[in-house]
Design a protein around this ligand. Structure first.
Ligand code: ADP
Ligand code: MG
Length: 679
C-alpha cells in the first residue's frame, strides 16, 4: 500500500497527539488529518453580542463568557459542584447538582467558558444552575483569539475533555494542522466552476471555517464545504444513473388489450395526472433500457391504479409483474382490490405473504416459478431466496420509504433486465428527493381525484375527548366508519399514555359501547390482522381502534373520522399519512388530533396539519422542525455524512451541485474528480 500522504496522514503522527489522544479522537471519528480539518464547529458565538456579566438581566436565558476563578465540590446531603466564573465586570456562580462529583475533573482554573442558561439572584449574588457549558479558550493563546470576535465551538465528548481535548486543546490541534497542511490542500474543483458559483477555494475555506475573521468568512466557508458534500453526493447519483441506463431490459409493447379493458371497466376516468404519469411509465417500458422510476403522489392520489396498468402492460407482453408492499395488511388489500379488477380480464394473481400456511405457500411458489401466476403481490416474502420467477419483467414497490435501500434493489434482481417502479406517498421536499432519489427518473401525480373534500382537521386538548367521541358516534350512526389511533407504547416507558388495547377496552365500556369495535395492532397474528382489516373494509366493524399499522395504504372510502390520541407522539408526515386514511370518498371527513401536551412548540408543530393538506408543505415543515435524519432515517442513505450541508436550507446549493455533477458525469469528464470525491 502507498504511504499515506497529505491529508491522509494519521492524526497520531501530529505533534502533541499520543496514543491516548489518538484513541479518543478515533472514537469521535477522527483518524486522519483530513478528518480533523473536516471536524467542523458545531456553532459560533458572536462575542460582540455577549453581555458583560454585570449587565446580564436576571431571569432570562443568556449566554455569557468568563474565566474559571475557582472550582469547588461541596459534599453533603445534596452534593453540588460550584464554579466561580468572572469576566472582569462581575462574577457568577455556576452550580451543578447532577453529576457533581464527576464534573469537577472537567474544569480547571483559568479555563474560559461559554455558559448558557437562566441567571438568577441567589443569596446576594448571581447564579446559574446547570448551565450548558462549552470551552472557549485560554486567554494566554493570543494567536487563537479572533479579532472579529467570532468563537467557534466544537462538540467535544466527555472523553475528549478528559484527555485534554476540550475545545481549547482541540483548537490548538486544528490550528497546527491547518498551518502545516493547508498549503498541501489541492482544490479538486476547477477555478472556472468556483468563479461561476462564487465559491471560495478549499484551503481558504477550511481555514476560515475554523478561524473566521468575519461572518462573511463563516458563511462563505460553510457554503463551499456544503457544496462539496452535495457535489460528492450528486456525483455518486449521476454515476449510478449512468450505470443504470447502460443496463438493458425487456422491451414491452404498449398494451392494446388489457389496459384499455381495465380502464373501460372503472367507474371513473383516470385523472389527468394519472394519465400523464401512466404515459411516462408506458414509454419507459417500451424501451430496451431498464426503467428506474420513482412515482410520487400524495396519499389518495391513486397510485395503485397506475401501477396496476403498468403491470398489465408487462403481463400482456408475456412477463410476470410483482408488487411488494411493506405490511401484510396492505399486501392483502392490494391482492383483493387488484384481483377483483383483473380477474375478469383473465389475469392470474397470486398472493405471497409471510403468514401463509405451508401448503398454500408451496402452491404459490410453484405458480410463481412456472409462470402460472402472472401477477404476484406480497410483502418482504417476495424477496426471499426460495422465490423464483419464471420471467419477471416489472417490479413495483409500494410505500418504498418503508423498505431499506437494499430490499428495494433486491426485487428487481429476481430476473435479468427487470424494470423497476418505486412508489411513495411520503411527500419529500425537493431537496431530499434530489439527495435520496437523484438517480431515479421521477413522475409525480400532483392532482387528487375530483370531488374529494379537504379533510377538516382540528387540534384539541384531552378535556374535549368526550365531545370528540360523541361526534364520532354520530358519524357512525350516519353509517360512517371511524379510526381511533394510539401511539405505540413501550413497556419500559412509564408515561401516562394509553395503548391501543387499553383504549379499546375503555371505548368499548364507555363512549362507543353500542357499536361494533375492532382492535388492530402489531402483536396480532397475520391472520387475525387480516380478519380485522377485512371486517373493517366490509363495514362490519364500525370503529377501528389501532396503532399505526394502518398508517400506510389502507383504503376504506367509507371511513370519515380519524382520531389520533397523543398526537404529539407522531411525526408530521406520519400524521399526514394517518389523515390520508379518511377523505377517500365523497363524504366530508374529519381528522381530530388529541394532544396530550399543551407545550407551545408541540402545538405549533401540530397546527401545521390544521393549516394545510398539502403533503409537500407538511414535509417541508417537518424537515425544518426535525431535520432529515429524523424525517427519513437517513443513515442508510448515506446522508448522515452531510455535516456542512443542511438539506432544509441549502436547496439552491444542492441544485447547483446536481447540475454540475450530472453535466460532468454525462459528458464523461468527471473521472478527474473520482479520487477527490471518493466516488
Ligand atoms: P394512493 O395513491 O394513496 O395509493 P389509492 O391508489 O389507494 O391511493 O387510491 C385512493 C382511492 O382513490 C381508491 O379508493 C381508488 O379507487 C380511488 N381512485 C383512484 N383513482 C381515481 C380516479 N381517477 N377517480 C376517482 N377515484 C379514484
Ligand atoms: Mg397506496
Amino acid at each position: 500500500m502507498d504511504q499515506p500522504t497529505g491529508l491522509q496522514i494519521p492524526v497520531s503522527q501530529l505533534k502533541g497527539v499520543g496514543i491516548r489522544r489518538a484513541a479518543v479522537l478515533g472514537e469521535a471519528g477522527i483518524s486522519t488529518v483530513r478528518d480533523l480539518l473536516y471536524y467542523l464547529p458545531r456553532r459560533y458565538l458572536d462575542r460582540s453580542r455577549i453581555l458583560p456579566i454585570a449587565q446580564v438581566p436576571p431571569g432570562q436565558e443568556v449566554t455569557l463568557i468568563g474565566q474559571v476563578r475557582q472550582k469547588r465540590f461541596i459534599p453533603g446531603a445534596r452534593p453540588r459542584f460550584v464554579l466561580i466564573v468572572e469576566d472582569g465586570t462581575e462574577e457568577i456562580a455556576c452550580v451543578w447538582f447532577q453529576g457533581a462529583r464527576y464534573l469537577q475533573r472537567h474544569f480547571d482554573e483559568g479555563d474560559v467558558l461559554a455558559l448558557s442558561g437562566k441567571v438568577e439572584h441567589f443569596q446576594g449574588r448571581l447564579q446559574i444552575t446547570h448551565p450548558e457549558c462549552e470551552f472557549v479558550a485560554l486567554t494566554g493563546e493570543p494567536e487563537l483569539l479572533h479579532t472579529g470576535g467570532i468563537i467557534p465551538l466544537y462538540t467535544t465528548s466527555a472523553d475528549m475533555k478528559e484527555k485534554g481535548l476540550r475545545s481549547r486543546g482541540f483548537r490548538r490541534l486544528v490550528h497546527a494542522a491547518l498551518e502545516e497542511f493547508v498549503p498541501q490542500v489541492q482544490d479538486p474543483l476547477p477555478a472556472e466552476l468556483l468563479q461561476r458559483l462564487g465559491l471560495p477555494g478549499l484551503g481558504e475555506s477550511l481555514r476560515q471555517v475554523h478561524f473566521p475573521r468575519s461572518w462573511e468568512e463563516v458563511a462563505g466557508a460553510r457554503r463551499r464545504l456544503a457544496f462539496d458534500e452535495c457535489f460528492a453526493l450528486q456525483l455518486r447519483l449521476a454515476r449510478r444513473r449512468l450505470a443504470r441506463r447502460a443496463q438493458t431490459a425487456w422491451p414491452m409493447a404498449r398494451s392494446q388489450r388489457l389496459v384499455p379493458a381495465l380502464l373501460a371497466g372503472l367507474p371513473f376516468p383516470l385523472t389527468g395526472a394519472q394519465q400523464r404519469v401512466l404515459g411516462e411509465i408506458a414509454a419507459d417500458l417500451e424501451q430496451p433500457v431498464r426503467m428506474s422510476r420513482l412515482l410520487q403522489g400524495d396519499v389518495g392520489s391513486g397510485k395503485t391504479l397506475v401501477a396496476l396498468a403498468a403491470m398489465l402492460q408487462a403481463v400482456e407482453a408475456g412477463f410476470q409483474a410483482a408488487l411488494m408492499a411493506p405490511t401484510e395488511i396492505l399486501a392483502e388489500q392490494h391482492g383483493a382490490t387488484l384481483g377483483a379488477l383483473v380477474g375478469p380480464l383473465g389475469v392470474n394473481v397470486e398472493l405471497l405473504v409471510g403468514g401463509l400456511p405451508g401448503a398454500r405457500r408451496r402452491e404459490a411458489l410453484t405458480a410463481i416459478a412456472t409462470g402460472a401466476a402472472q401477477m404476484v403481490i406480497g410483502t418482504h416474502a417476495l424477496i426471499q431466496d426460495e422465490v423464483e420467477f419464471a420471467g419477471l419483467g416489472l417490479a413495483v414497490i409500494d410505500e418504498q420509504h418503508r423498505f431499506g435501500v437494499a430490499q428495494r434493489e433486491e426485487l428487481h434482481r429476481k430476473g435479468p433486465g427487470v424494470h423497476l417502479l418505486v412508489m411513495t406517498a411520503t411527500p419529500i421536499p425537493r431537496t431530499l428527493a434530489l439527495a435520496l432519489y437523484g438517480d431515479l427518473e421521477t413522475s409525480a401525480i400532483d392532482e387528487l381525484p375530483p370531488g374529494r373534500k379537504p379533510v377538516r382537521t382540528a387540534l384539541r386538548g384531552v378535556e374535549r375527548r368526550p365531545q370528540i367521541l360523541e361526534f364520532a358516534a354520530s358519524q357512525i350512526r350516519e353509517g360512517r366508519q371511524v379510526y381511533v389511533v394510539y401511539p405505540l407504547v413501550e413497556e419500559s416507558e412509564k408515561l401516562p399514555v394509553k395503548s391501543a388495547s387499553e383504549g379499546f377496552a375503555e371505548l368499548r365500556e364507555g363512549p362507543l359501547g353500542g357499536f361494533v369495535l375492532g382492535l388492530l395492532h402489531g402483536q396480532l397474528t397475520a391472520e387475525e390482522k387480516n380478519q380485522v382489516a377485512r371486517a373493517f373494509k366490509e363495514g362490519e366493524i364500525q370503529a377501528l381502534v389501532c396503532t399505526t399499522v394502518v398508517e400506510v395504504g389502507v383504503d376504506v372510502p367509507n371511513a370519515t373520522v380519524m382520531i389520533v390520541e397523543h398526537a404529539e407522539r407522531f411525526g408530521l408526515a406520519q400524521l399526514h399519512q394517518l389523515r390520508g386514511r379518511v377523505g377517500r370518498g365523497a363524504a366530508q371527513s374529519y381528522c381530530i388530533l388529541i394532544a396530550g401536551s399543551q407545550a407551545a412548540e408541540e402545538t405549533e408543530r401540530l397546527q401545521v396539519l390544521c393549516q394545510t393538506q398539502d403533503g409537500f408543505e407538511i414535509a417541508r415543515r417537518d424537515l425544518e422542525l426535525r431535520g432529515p435524519g429524523e424525517v427519513l432515517g437517513l443513515r442508510q442513505a448515506g446522508l448522515s455524512d452531510l455535516t456542512a450541508a443542511d438539506l432544509a436550507r441549502d436547496e439552491e446549493l444542492l441544485v447547483a451541485a446536481r447540475e454540475e455533477a450530472f453535466r460532468l458525469v454525462e459528458s464523461g469528464e468527471a473521472d478527474f474528480l473520482a479520487k477527490a470525491f471518493d466516488i
